[in-house]
Design a protein around this ligand. Structure first.
Ligand code: IPE
Ligand code: IPE
Ligand code: MG
Length: 246
């Protein structure tokens, strides 16, 4: 893990290798300003850009964000449409800057039901990403923790039946069937927006993550807020079921 002197001036901190964020509070941010909820999603996309750049600069290796859940399809059609359009625009622009900034990007979730243009962009980001090593942004899109575990179980069962896998499946082996295959578990999970729940995010991967909740709505989230979360992470005593200094 990288060491970084953070901008709050609190000293030197260990930077988590992998930070996960539930991007929440866009709708309430817009409502507070008398704007349509969709304006909050546009503002949230900008915040993502800023925070991703900041994470890259301070030495985070992986940033995983929850952008659209399997449950979010239940929102009004107009809102879903706008979110998909924003994602389309975001990915299109990201493709242009990824090469310049050497950013790897991966989409986690069931992308098979997304629009052809979104799927094309996802393929393109995968192609570009395969050329680089370094900071990686993971965007969870049509993602659900339960759906992820279920598709992993199904694929393992198929491999077992076909003789491509054996019965002695390990935790590491099972992880390789998840959307997040090859990505280490997040050390720190941040949820802005005031809610204190996991909302079907990274259920398997968060087994030992440190959780940090903030009342700041996602579009208002700043590098200083991230620093606060990292400072708090550094104060946590991670025991993994063991005994400290035992
Ligand atoms: C998060 O913001 C974005 C998505 C879930 C797509 P919300 O849209 O959930 O914003 P709030 O929670 O209603 O304020
Ligand atoms: C979680 O936020 C999902 C994403 C941020 C993509 P929600 O706003 O959907 O979560 P709930 O409904 O408050 O649990
Ligand atoms: Mg929400």
């Amino acid at each position: 893990m990288a060491i970084f002197e953070n901008i709050t001036g609190e000293g030197k901190f260990t930077i988590p290798r992998h930070i996960a964020i539930i991007l929440d509070g866009n709708g309430r941010w817009a409502k507070k300003r008398g704007l349509p909820r969709t304006a909050g999603h546009a503002a949230g996309a900008e915040t993502f850009r800023k925070i991703a750049t900041y994470c890259k600069n301070i030495g985070v290796n992986y940033l995983t964000v929850y952008a659209f859940s399997t449950e979010n399809w239940s929102r009004p059609e107009e809102e879903v449409k706008t979110i998909m359009k924003l994602l389309d625009k975001y990915l299109h622009e990201a493709i242009a800057t990824m090469e310049r900034d050497h950013i790897k990007m991966r989409i986690l979730g069931d992308v098979s039901v997304l629009s052809p243009s979104l799927r094309e962009e996802i393929e393109e980001t995968n192609r570009i990403s395969s050329r680089y090593d370094g900071f990686q942004a993971n965007i969870c899109l049509n993602y659900g923790g339960r759906a992820e575990i279920l598709q992993a179980a199904r694929r393992y069962a198929l491999d077992l039946a076909a003789g491509r896998a054996t019965e002695d499946l390990s935790e590491k082996g099972f992880s390789s069937y998840l959307y997040s295959a090859g990505i280490p578990d997040p050390e720190l999970l941040i949820r802005p927006g005031g809610e204190k729940r996991i909302s079907n995010f990274l259920l398997w991967q968060c087994a030992y993550s440190e959780f940090y909740f903030s009342d700041v709505l996602w579009p208002d989230f700043t590098p200083e807020e991230l620093d606060k979360a990292i400072a708090e992470f550094n104060r946590r005593d991670r025991r993994f079921g063991g005994v400290k200094n035992g």
